[in-house]
Design a protein around this ligand. Structure first.
Ligand SMILES: NC(=O)c1ccc[n+]([C@@H]2O[C@H](COP(=O)([O-])OP(=O)(O)OC[C@H]3O[C@@H](n4cnc5c(N)ncnc54)[C@H](O)[C@@H]3O)[C@@H](O)[C@H]2O)c1
Length: 277
């Protein structure tokens, strides 16, 4: 715990020497989380499928004196998650914090227009990386009787036109609660940060990319745009703060849950959504 009476100590380096694995940290919210955890003193593992963006994030961190490595892995399969944890443990000896950030809807359209293959790909993108990440990190955390897992949820669980993504994020809320109940006895905390619409200006890998370089386009453009517009209007109309969130605002919520400031918080959700929930 930091000495709360010392203004220099309070909150400044809450993650000093903590080994933090952040998935999907090559861009967007994941990159902001990696930067924030590094700024708070963490050693950072940038777990990514895209080498170029992973190296860029690692470069930024090391330029600022943060100990960081890239783990190039595909987290849609368990082997990728296991490899990620192995690489983190080999480099830094353990994992203290795991942020399961990989996810994001691929398509936006009514459910009857999804093919079964598209539904599978959405689950592979937004549910499985978190499921596998949790499964792979638990044994080490159990052995050390400590750890904090933060999963990224979404306000989509109450939104339009991305049902398979919403089902994935609903699954993440469930697995967060169950893991918290099962592993609290091992000193492991598990929580979710559920962002609302967040402005990702550094996105180089398109959301619609299933595999790097492969675009998913199915509906006629005008129809696809109409669904997207209705979906974004629906989100905006529900918010009390009428703007998109910033990746750094999501990162601040994650850093709190990762730190000992949240030592009595588990199985919980921070909705960082401008009041949408
Ligand atoms: N941006 C938003 O408006 C928003 C809103 C609500 C929730 N979220 C959630 O926040 C998280 C981050 O969102 P974002 O918008 O920054 O995402 P993004 O699509 O910009 O970035 C995701 C990163 O994950 C990587 N990735 C994808 N699949 C992978 C795999 N199988 N293995 C390894 N890496 C993989 C990508 O290469 C990319 O760098 C997601 O879980 C998303 O669902 C985002």
């Amino acid at each position: 715990m930091t000495d709360q009476l010392d203004p220099k100590a309070a909150g400044a380096r809450r993650l000093k020497d903590k080994v933090c694995v952040v998935t999907g940290a090559g861009q967007g919210i994941g990159r902001a989380i990696a930067r924030r955890l590094g700024q708070e003193g963490g050693k950072v593992v940038v777990a990514e499928r895209v080498e170029e963006t992973a190296r860029k994030t690692v470069g930024e961190l090391t330029d600022h004196g943060v100990d960081a490595i890239a783990a190039l892995v595909d987290l849609s399969m368990y082997a990728g998650a296991e490899d990620m944890i192995d690489q983190a443990e080999t480099a830094f000896g353990r994992v203290d914090v795991l942020v399961n950030n990989v996810g994001g809807t691929i398509w936006m359209k009514p459910f009857h227009l999804y093919s079964p293959e598209e539904v599978e790909l959405e689950l592979e993108r937004s549910l499985k990386p978190t499921l596998w990440g949790c499964r792979a990190v638990l044994p080490g955390m159990m052995e050390r009787k400590a750890g904090s897992i933060i999963n990224l949820g979404s306000q989509s669980v109450r939104g339009l036109y991305r049902l398979p993504y919403a089902a994935s994020k609903g699954g993440i809320l469930a697995l967060t609660k169950v893991l918290a109940m099962e592993y609290g006895r091992y000193g492991i905390r598990v929580n979710t940060v559920s962002p609302g619409g967040t402005d990702i200006s550094d996105r180089t890998t398109s959301r619609l990319t299933i595999r790097p370089g492969e675009m998913a386009g199915d509906l006629p453009e005008a129809e696809g745009n109409a669904y997207r517009e209705e979906m974004f209007d629906d989100i905006g109309n529900q918010q009390a703060i009428r703007r998109r969130g910033l990746p750094d605002e999501q990162a601040a919520a994650v850093a709190f849950l990762a730190s000992e400031d949240a030592s009595f918080v588990t199985g919980d959700v921070i909705n960082c959504s401008g009041g949408q929930s």
